[in-house]
Each structure stands twice: as C-alpha cells, then as structure tokens.
Design a protein around this ligand. Structure first.
Ligand SMILES: *Cc1c(COP(=O)(O)O)cnc(C)c1O
Length: 375
C-alpha cells in the first residue's frame, strides 16, 4: 500500500498527461510557454481571484509576497507553530522575525484568540513592528478566516494565506487561495494538486501586487526584460509541469469528492477509538492529510508498528512544532506557550490518503488500528 499513490493517478490520466507533455516537447517553449498562461487563467478562475502567478515552488510562492511588501529586519510576521517549516522559514529568510502561535485543538489551525494575544504582546514589547499574518490551511482544512481577517483589519496587518495543502478547499462557500491580499499554494507531487517536480502559485486580486510578483519571479525585471529594476529570484514554473497540471486539473474536483468519501469512511469506522478530525460546518477540506490523535505516544507507536508490519505506511506530521526546531532555539520560546501543538506532535498520526485508496484498503487499515486499541 502507498501513503500517496501517485502511480495509480498517473495510470488513470496517462493518455492525457502524455499528450500534454508531447505537445510541449514539440512546440519547444519550455519556459513560460502557453500552458503556463493557460494554467494561470484556469486556476485564477477556479479560485475566484483576478491573478494567478505560478512560480518554482510553494516556498518561493510565500517568499515573493513578502518581497513585494518589503518585509524585513525589525518586522514581526505571525504564523502557526504547527506547520511545515517553510511557513516560518520564508519570514526568517527575509530577515524578519516569525512569531509562532499555538493552534486550535480540534482543527490544528492557528488559534485566533492566541493570535490576538501574540499581536498585543509584540505591540506592548515595542521591539518589532507587526506586519503580516501567514495563516496555514493545514492538512487541507481552511483556517478561520472571518476571525483572522477581522484581526488583520483591527491591527492593520497584511494576510498571506499559505494554502500549500489547502488548494481546492472552501470556507463559507469561498475557495481557499482567495483570502488575504496574497495567497499561495504548492504543486509538490504529494500535495492535493501536485505536478511531477516542484511548482507553486501565488494568487491576488491586486493588479500592482501581481505585476511586482511577475517581476520578482524573473530577476526583478522591469518593462524592458534586460533592465532590472529590483532584486528578484529565478522562480518560474516549467511549461512541462504546467502541461501535467492541466491534465490533472481536469479531474481535480472529482478527486476532492473521492478524498472526502475516503475521509468519511475512515471517520465512520474509527471515531469510537481515536480522536478523528473535526471539520467545521462552514468548511470543506481537501484532505491533504487524514490525521487522527491517539491516546498516547505509546499507543501511536504500537499502531504504527502493527500497520508497518502489514505494509501499511503512516506518517507523523509534525513530530516537532516549529518552536522546537534547532534553528529557532534562540527565539526563547518555552513549551508551555504551545500546549496544543506539543500534545498534537506527541499523539498525531496520518493515515494513507489519496483519491484512489480502495474501500478494502480502508477496511484493512481500520481493522488493524481497532485491533491494537482493543488489545
Ligand atoms: C509543502 C508546504 C510548503 C512549501 O511548498 P514547497 O512547494 O515544498 O516549497 C509551504 N507551506 C506548507 C504548509 C506546506 O505544506
């Protein structure tokens, strides 16, 4: 069994993917070819924003908006303590300070109440200037945007939505990647909409931000391509990757439905034995991960061992909250500020999740887990 079965998806879409790749090889516009603009138009339309700017990966997609906003030394940017490292890394890379915030225990997303506490704290200390919030749509579930946007307005902060795991989800009927002045996603192969290498995208309704993002992804070019008006990056999505994404995008909505069916099947079987994910009624998740909480680290270890003996892969996302990362040891965080992320890192377990997981596989996985717990 696979944790994410990319080969099953490829076999299903093989004809279309091969045709699209072949077409790219023949027309020869390997960088910013026609497939890139077609994909950008389709994704912007799907999300319901004016501009989509693709780039080399989901991490650059986060860096570019911070560059557009000229965030740097002395600035504070707030993000979740329980996420992939890149959400905070991009802040450090700009020379700004990531302010880590604990999560809500039922959604694993940033806790808006603690977010406000953190903002007030930074203001009271007076050492850093609060500039932006990076909410993360963790495991495919949108963050609490009504509350986050209200805080952003109250404290005059920008919002950069990290939807690397959440593309395709909805919050109150609105698609992810449409919240905040900027939003981003990743096309890393294992993400819900993945390509066959690295890729990412930026979304915005702001014409000026879009123009600056396009300049930054191409070495800070001005209107004359060989006149560089700012320092930028070399961060474009390959045309071949766009061609692959166009093929996968055709079945993306179907795949989201399948992911939701699979998640429901897991939850129906497991809800009396472990803490299953809870999805607020105003949200649709794209289930980048199906993550449950076990009673203890020992119980998690036993479940992992038994599943692994039966060739069923599991993962722990994330074993170390960001405040425990070695690189952030000088930020002077203490575990007691992050009770929920600490607890989650000790007991969370992610099960195989992809649209082509069979009901037989789900039954087998659930039976094994229930047997361990009943033992
Ligand atoms: C994967 C991921 C990223 C980074 O995306 P890459 O394409 O791997 O650079 C950023 N944030 C989150 C939450 C992610 O899961």
């Amino acid at each position: 069994m696979h944790f994410v079965d990319l080969a099953a998806q490829f076999h299903k879409l093989q004809k279309k993917i091969n045709t699209n790749i072949q077409r790219t090889l023949e027309h020869g516009h390997y960088i910013l070819g026609p497939e890139v603009s077609e994909l950008e138009m389709k994704l912007a339309d799907y999300v319901g924003v004016k501009h989509c700017i693709t780039c080399a990966n989901g991490t650059d997609a986060l860096s570019i908006p911070l560059m557009v906003w000229q965030i740097g030394k002395g600035d504070a940017v707030f993000t979740s303590n329980f996420t992939f490292f890149a959400s905070a890394e991009v802040v450090s890379l700009r020379g700004a300070t990531p302010i880590l915030v604990d999560i809500d225990k039922s959604t694993f997303n940033i806790d808006p109440f603690k977010l406000e506490e953190a903002i007030v704290n930074v203001l009271n200390e007076g050492k850093l200037i609060p500039k932006a919030i990076i909410p993360v749509d963790l495991f495919g579930l949108p963050a609490e945007y009504d509350k986050i946007m209200a805080l952003a307005q109250k404290y005059n902060l920008k919002v950069l939505e990290d939807s690397a795991q959440g593309f395709g989800g909805t919050y109150k009927g609105k698609r992810t990647c449409s919240f905040g002045q900027f939003a981003t996603t990743s096309f890393f192969p294992a993400k819900p909409l993945g390509c066959y290498g690295d890729g990412g995208a930026i979304f915005t309704n702001d014409d000026h931000f879009a123009e600056l993002s396009k300049s930054i992804r191409a070495h800070g070019k001005g209107s004359d391509r060989y006149d560089n008006v700012r320092v930028g990056l070399n961060s474009r999505l390959d045309t071949i990757q766009a061609a692959i994404l166009l093929a996968k995008f055709e079945v993306f909505d179907e795949e989201i439905e399948l992911r939701n069916k699979i998640a429901k099947a897991y939850t129906d079987r497991l809800k009396d034995y472990v803490v299953t994910p809870s999805i607020p009624k105003e949200c649709i998740s794209v289930w980048a991960q199906y993550s449950l909480l076990t009673k203890s680290t020992e119980e998690r270890k036993k479940i992992q061992e038994v599943l692994s003996m039966n060739n069923i892969p599991t993962m722990i996302y994330y074993p170390k909250p960001l405040h425990k990362q070695t690189v952030y040891k000088d930020l002077d965080y203490v575990d007691s500020m992050f009770e929920i992320s600490m607890q989650a890192s000790k007991t969370i377990l992610c099960l195989p999740m992809h649209p082509y997981l069979s009901m037989n596989d789900i039954n087998e996985i659930c039976n094994k887990i229930i047997n361990v717990i009943k033992d």
